[in-house]
Design a protein around this ligand. Structure first.
Ligand code: GUN
Length: 286
């Protein structure tokens, strides 16, 4: 069996191109481009790379990027004051606080302070609540990117046995909800699951988002399954996913590579969410 490679990189490029065209068309009427404020606190090396990818995508999409790089010593009061300022700034359509934050900053209170209509990460309790109710306001970028890849490659989920490994607030939980909303039969595995093989080996579509390098090996996957690898970790000097990509060649029906799979889709969906927030804001002003 030839294993199909599901390239997110290519779809992400096309998606950002489409956002750029729409931004160009709207901009004249709006009198301003969309604005995205990315807040990075401290010097976490992975976060610095992610934020630079987001800035590059903004440039490609014609979105004005208003990044704030703050010292690791930034206080809770300073963070909340900044968010309130950005909430009230008419030129800002999207606000994103890069996670993880330094331990003295409480991410829940910070995320709750963001205006839900500017919450382009979709992490605000109102947006997460809508997702749970099947209303889908602003949807978190990585799960949204996974759904876009499923649609692009024509992989249906309705009625399928699907398994999500990882139950994080950023990926596993919102992805599970999106899949339930699409009428998949969803099992969620996590750190306390006694035997994840029991579940993964039954999956028609397997989604893994743990950050444990090569956790998912061939013997844990059903022959002909589709594997979405949403994990990212370092192995020596290489970036690898949760799945043993090479071991699954000739076994899985299709697989997303790391890098070049889901990762670029996350950034592309951030551009889509910012465009959506911008369009809603334009409707609000006469
Ligand atoms: N850290 C890892 N993934 C994400 C994400 O999607 N959004 C934010 N804000 N931080 C992250």
């Amino acid at each position: 069996m030839e294993t199909e490679i599901l390239w997110g990189k290519e779809l992400a490029r096309k998606t950002i191109e489409r956002v750029a065209q729409e931004v160009a068309a709207l901009q004249a009427r709006a009198g301003r481009p969309p604005g995205l404020a990315v807040i990075l606190v401290g010097k976490d090396p992975a976060s610095q790379i992610y934020v630079s990818h987001k800035e590059r995508a903004c440039k490609q999409a014609g979105i004005r990027s208003l990044s704030r790089r703050l010292p690791a010593t930034t206080s809770m009061e300073e963070m909340l004051a900044l968010i309130h300022r950005l909430n009230g700034d008419e030129k800002v359509d999207g606000i994103l606080v890069q996670l993880p934050l330094p331990p003295h900053l409480d991410p829940s209170s910070i995320i709750e302070a963001i205006d839900p209509t500017k919450d382009v990460d979709g992490f605000h309790p109102l947006n997460m609540g809508k997702l749970a109710l099947g209303e889908e306001g602003m949807v978190p970028c990585t799960p949204k990117g996974v759904m876009a890849l499923l649609d692009h490659y024509g992989i249906p989920v309705e009625g399928r046995e699907v398994v999500v490994v990882g139950a994080s607030n950023i990926v596993g939980k919102p992805l599970s909800l999106l899949l339930v909303n699409r009428m998949a039969t969803v099992s969620v595995c996590h750190i306390k699951t006694r035997d994840i093989s029991l579940y993964t080996s039954k999956a028609e579509i397997l989604f893994t988002a743990t950050g444990v390098a090569h956790l998912i090996k061939r013997e844990m996957v059903a022959r002909g399954a589709v594997v979405f690898d949403i994990g990212i970790s370092r192995m020596g000097d290489k970036i690898v996913g949760d799945a043993d990509f090479h071991g699954l060649q000739g076994w899985a029906k299709a697989i997303t590579p790391v890098p070049g799979g889901v990762g670029p889709m996350t950034v592309a969906m951030l551009m889509v969410n910012t465009l959506e927030a911008y369009k809603k804001r334009l409707e609000m002003v006469p």
